[in-house]
Design a protein around this ligand. Structure first.
Ligand SMILES: NC(=O)c1ccc[n+]([C@@H]2O[C@H](COP(=O)([O-])OP(=O)(O)OC[C@H]3O[C@@H](n4cnc5c(N)ncnc54)[C@H](O)[C@@H]3O)[C@@H](O)[C@H]2O)c1
Length: 293
């Protein structure tokens, strides 16, 4: 039997955690937002409020939907506050050690029936589940960015995930009005197994001087009808996240075709993480983004 879900905890209130909290609260769930940084929680709540105001202004939701949804979201700087959650979605930095520690810390806090999920873009659901007391209640629920706009959610079972957990995840995604695609537990699942090598190749194209940032993005927008160029998309995803995913593909699939481009590595080492850092393949300090190469 599927589990009843009403209260959702979200760990990691960056761009994805904020988006997940946004759609969950609008769908009527009670949401608790946790992060290691209280400032990130504060700015996450401000972002959600601003994004919902924009939705209300364009009449996608009403002002009373917005107020009711905002009332359902609360800050939870202390992880202990997640004790009553029916579902906890981890959406912290894409590093296995970070996520493992979060699940290890959650173990004594959450109730035994709670479902634990990761929004990881690439990491093994089975390995993360092994960090918990009930791997049968663990599942991958992978949202797309920006969460309020994108229709798809990938759902990934670990080897131990049971049917009730899968059914609950499916019902949860349906309540959000999103479309589910089921992927097997392989590095990068479906979307990022295909998307990230394309982005990595665009960075190699830049690295080898085949084209400028503007030429590469324009080529793919107008030549392949992509809604945004691959370098713009990389900045949007976050270059640290892109690099982590490429490393997971490279190591997990043991094939040199997934080798992260050295230029991507350098950008991350420089702290040029894309839009969230104000600089990546574009400089975001002015009114319009300026290509940096
Ligand atoms: N960016 C994307 O396009 C995208 C799309 C789908 C999934 N994801 C996945 O979502 C997750 C988050 O990505 P993001 O883009 O929101 O990153 P982000 O850098 O915007 O946010 C990460 C947040 O995690 C917090 N954090 C780090 N360690 C923590 C801990 N121990 N406990 C609690 N919070 C912690 C950070 O303070 C930060 O606020 C990653 O697993 C990523 O792969 C990202």
């Amino acid at each position: 039997m599927a589990h009843q879900i009403q209260t959702i905890g979200i760990i990691g209130s960056g761009q994805m955690g904020s988006g997940i909290a946004h759609v969950c609260s609008l769908a009527g769930f009670d949401v608790l937002v946790n992060d290691v940084s209280e400032d990130r929680i504060k700015s996450s709540l401000a972002t959600i409020s601003g994004n919902m105001a924009r939705q209300a202004a364009s009449e996608k939701i009403t002002e009373s939907d917005r107020n009711a949804a905002l009332d359902r979201i609360a800050a939870a700087p202390d992880m202990d506050a997640l004790a009553g959650c029916d579902l906890v979605i981890e959406s912290a930095t894409e590093e296995e050690a970070v996520k493992r520690e979060i699940f290890a810390n959650l173990k004594p806090i959450v109730k035994p029936s709670a479902i634990l999920a990761s929004n990881t873009s690439s990491l093994s659901i089975t390995r993360l589940a092994a960090e918990t007391t009930s791997p049968e209640h663990f599942i991958g629920i992978h949202f797309m960015n920006p969460v309020p706009v994108m229709e798809l959610v990938e759902v990934i079972r670990g080897i131990a995930t049971n049917q009730a957990t899968f059914d609950s995840a499916r019902e949860f995604v349906a309540r959000l009005g999103k479309t589910i695609v089921v992927a097997e537990d392989f590095p990068g699942f479906i979307v990022n197994r295909i998307l990230l090598p394309m982005i990595n190749e665009a960075i190699y194209t830049l690295h080898e001087g085949v084209g400028t940032v503007d030429a590469i993005d324009t080529a793919m927008r107008l030549g392949a009808h992509h809604p945004m160029g691959p370098l713009q998309l990389a900045d949007f995803i976050g270059l640290d996240t892109c690099l982590s995913i490429m490393q997971v593909l490279y190591e997990g699939l043991a094939d040199s075709k997934y080798r992260p481009c050295p230029l991507l590595v350098k950008y991350v080492e420089a702290g040029w993480l894309g839009r969230k850092a104000g600089r990546g393949f574009y400089d975001y300090s002015g009114e319009t983004p300026i290509p940096t190469r």
